[in-house]
Design a protein around this ligand. Structure first.
Ligand code: FES
Length: 174
């Protein structure tokens, strides 16, 4: 007969996310009595934390008296919202047609190699998030990359190295 402790069969759960809810409470206070307050509250939370952490969803649901499922519906419908932490620097590489034929796949692969992450992923130190994107509207500069609001045209593998070296030096705080 097995005497295995009950603990051993317990499913492994992700640790609860520890975040300071005070800023979220302030944002909710600001909009609490206004009609149509869900969107501005969620936008405020995303601006504050850089994403919408799970504990803030529960808080918003409780304080605005809406179901968490309604909030998830909004968060997943609008591309502007993120449910996971994002990097300080968002690297976007265009994979539109003009960029593709000018070598975008090689640029993407080089970023993957150097950063150790793939599309829509974030480095564990939260420095970088990488995203492949559709035409950025500057096809004459193909292949094109962006880091936050800065544009880098005629990308090469060497430029990938330079960009990463440059952003590795930059401070993590805005
Ligand atoms: S295809 Fe890349 S900018 Fe247009």
């Amino acid at each position: 007969m097995s005497n295995a402790p009950a603990e051993a069969t317990k499913a492994e759960e992700a640790p609860a996310e520890e975040i300071d809810l005070e800023p979220a409470n302030h944002i909710i206070d600001k909009y609490l009595t206004l009609p149509g307050n869900l969107m501005p509250v969620l936008q405020g939370i995303q601006d504050e934390y850089g994403y919408v952490p799970r504990p803030t969803i529960d808080l918003v649901a409780e304080r605005l008296n809406v179901y968490p499922s309604q909030i998830f519906g909004v968060l997943t419908f609008y591309a502007q919202f993120h449910l996971k932490p994002r990097g300080r620097f968002i690297i976007r590489v265009c994979v539109g047609t003009a960029c593709h034929v000018q070598g975008a796949p090689r640029i993407v692969e080089t970023f993957f190699d150097k950063l150790g992450i793939g599309h829509a992923e974030t480095t564990p130190d939260l420095r970088y998030t990488f995203e492949k994107v559709a035409c950025l509207g500057a096809c004459g500069m193909a292949p094109l990359a962006m880091v936050n609001d800065s544009t880098y045209g005629q990308m090469t593998v060497q430029k990938v190295d330079q960009i990463i070296a440059d952003y590795n030096q930059r401070p993590m705080k805005k």
